[in-house]
Ligand binder design. Structure first.
Ligand SMILES: N[C@@H](CCC(=O)N[C@@H](CS)C(=O)NCC(=O)O)C(=O)O
Length: 222
């Protein structure tokens, strides 16, 4: 599927994605920048992420993969930062030299290294060698995720409305993706007092509406 592609002008970006997964933040960032891009949807039911052709692009067999001028790059948080840097006009990141730049790195790293792996374990018990989580393992992962959300919630309550305070950034988009993944968990992220309104503010952005249309998502729209 092609989106936002001016006629006769091949897009610089191709995103390999699957609806609602870790590719979501990269898709959102592309929409925020307005950059022309091509989307390639992988059907997980058919195991397309493990096809020989795709493994050449991404040996992890995961999404997202972003081709930039034909060269593949992976890892959702890294791709978010890459797009923020390539499109400074989209203001997804404070400029280098801005004191908030350090906060931006810090929040992206925190989200990607705490919530990212914990959700991965939650949704892929096979990564830990079990078909289903034994109850204690399930509890431990849930506690990790909830502890991270408690920290983010306290931060927003003290100095929101965005992770960087008064300024929206791509770090908020990463948090939004992870919040969405908790929607069917025992305590969804939106149950925290500052996180609920934070999610609502982000879901009011046009990029979110467009993402839902293009990816064909319905749940947790607003
Ligand atoms: N650390 C990676 C994790 C990517 C990841 O786990 N992607 C999942 C979807 S959320 C995937 O591709 N799963 C398919 C599979 O593992 O077979 C990132 O953030 O990009």
């Amino acid at each position: 599927m092609l989106t936002h592609r001016p006629p006769g002008n091949p897009p610089v970006y191709t995103l390999y994605y699957s609806p609602g997964t870790a590719s979501m933040v990269v898709h959102l960032a592309l929409l925020e920048t307005g950059a022309p891009h091509r989307l390639v949807k992988l059907d997980f039911e058919r195991g397309e992420q493990r096809s020989a052709e795709y493994l050449k692009l991404n040996p992890r067999g995961q999404v997202p993969t972003l081709l930039v001028d034909g060269k593949p790059y992976v890892e959702s948080a890294a791709l978010l930062m890459l797009l923020a840097d390539r499109h400074p006009e989209a203001a997804l990141a404070p400029s280098p030299g801005d004191p908030l730049r350090a906060d931006w790195y810090q929040w992206i790293a925190f989200l990607a290294t705490t919530l990212g792996p914990a959700y991965r374990q939650w949704f892929y018990p096979g990564d830990l060698g079990t078909a289903e989580h034994p109850p204690a393992q399930c509890e431990a992962i849930r506690a990790k995720i909830e502890a991270a959300w408690s920290l983010v919630d306290a931060h927003l309550a003290a100095g929101g409305p965005w992770l960087l305070g008064a300024r929206f950034s791509g770090a908020d988009l990463l948090a939004l993706m992870y919040m969405r993944w908790s929607r069917n968990m025992p305590r969804p992220a939106t149950a925290w007092p500052a996180l609920g309104p934070f999610a609502d503010r982000l879901r009011a952005r046009p990029s979110w509406t467009r993402l839902y249309e293009v990816e064909g998502l319905t749940e947790w729209r607003a």
